[in-house]
Design a protein around this ligand. Structure first.
Ligand SMILES: Nc1ncnc2c1ncn2[C@@H]1O[C@H](COP(=O)(O)OP(=O)(O)OP(=O)(O)O)[C@@H](O)[C@H]1O
Ligand code: NI
Length: 279
């Protein structure tokens, strides 16, 4: 059985900018990215702001901005994921837990959003079961997005995503604004989805949180993969190869030196990176 859910090969995303006069500039926002996710696996994608994380997610979902150009190959369950195909699978077999809570319609009740407008008894029952699973009370269905706390909104976004037992879950920064306990619980929900057979792509700034649950970690910088490793490698810095990954390792609070001495000069590493990657 082929248990590979997603394969991304040589993915590039570029933007063309027109500057004053007639000069044109191409921005290589994602460059020759490769990755693979298997059933049952959580792959964390980490990297600083602007490293191409959301574009990777949007390329897979088929929702890149109109002014971008994509190159490379994306395969889902062994078959090319064409524009037509992803449109059909989106919201069912392939789901996005979006970065922005503005994906919820402010004028639509939560229940209608989770049920995608469907009123059948079976869909309603499914909705109630999913709400229960994520610790939300049934009466949340009658509320509007503005009536929810940040943590509840995140759980609603996840509930919406899992209504149809997805095979691929892409979560783009699912935990900002959540306190540690709530964020840890969200990580647990992704683990459950993976245990149900899904492949999970978890995009985050928060490496420490990702390491609670991820199986593998892909580190991005400037639109490129600089390192890919088992999550377990992060137990010891010596397992990590790239200076940027080492810097991320050292920036995790648990690895701070007790006497306050800085273990590395992050500024120096970033300066080297800028030289190497041109940004
Ligand atoms: N619509 C656009 N037009 C032009 N350039 C864009 C556009 N969207 C993204 N980019 C470029 O691609 C880069 C990567 O964007 P992306 O949203 O993938 O970053 P990210 O890693 O998700 O960052 P964040 O952590 O802030 O969400 C940006 O820094 C920007 O240069
Ligand atoms: Ni992003």
């Amino acid at each position: 059985m082929n248990d590979t859910i997603l394969e991304v090969k040589d993915l590039s995303v570029t933007f063309t900018q027109y500057e004053r006069g007639f000069s044109r500039r191409t921005i290589h926002a994602v460059e020759k990215m490769d990755l693979e996710i298997k059933s049952g696996e959580i792959v964390a994608v980490v990297g600083s702001s602007g490293s191409g994380k959301s574009l990777l997610a949007h390329a897979i979902m088929g929702i890149l901005p109109y002014n971008s150009e994509m190159d490379g190959e994306i395969r889902f369950l062994g078959e090319p994921l064409t524009e037509k195909k992803v449109k059909r699978l989106r919201g069912h077999e392939i789901v996005l837990v979006p970065q922005s809570v503005s994906y919820l319609d402010p004028l639509m009740k939560i229940g209608d959003q989770i049920q995608n407008g469907k009123k059948d008894v079976s869909v309603k029952e499914k909705c109630l079961a999913v709400l229960k699973r994520y610790g939300l009370a049934p009466d949340i269905r009658r509320k509007y997005p503005f009536q929810l706390s940040g943590g509840m909104t995140r759980r609603v976004l996840i509930s919406t995503a899992v209504m149809e037992k997805p095979k691929l879950v892409i979560a783009d920064e699912p935990t900002p604004g959540l306190h540690l306990e709530a964020a840890t619980r969200v990580m647990g929900h992704f683990r459950e989805m993976a245990d149900d057979g899904a492949g999970v792509l978890l995009i985050t700034h928060d490496l420490e949180l990702a390491l609670l649950t991820a199986d593998r970690v892909i580190v991005l910088y400037g639109g490129r993969v600089v390192e890919e490793t088992d999550a377990a490698a992060f137990q010891d810095e010596r397992n990590l190869k790239h200076p940027y990954t080492k810097a991320l390792f050292r920036s995790m609070p648990k690895n701070w030196k007790k006497d306050g001495e800085q273990l590395c000069d992050m500024g120096e590493i970033l300066e080297d990176m800028r030289k190497e990657y041109g940004r």
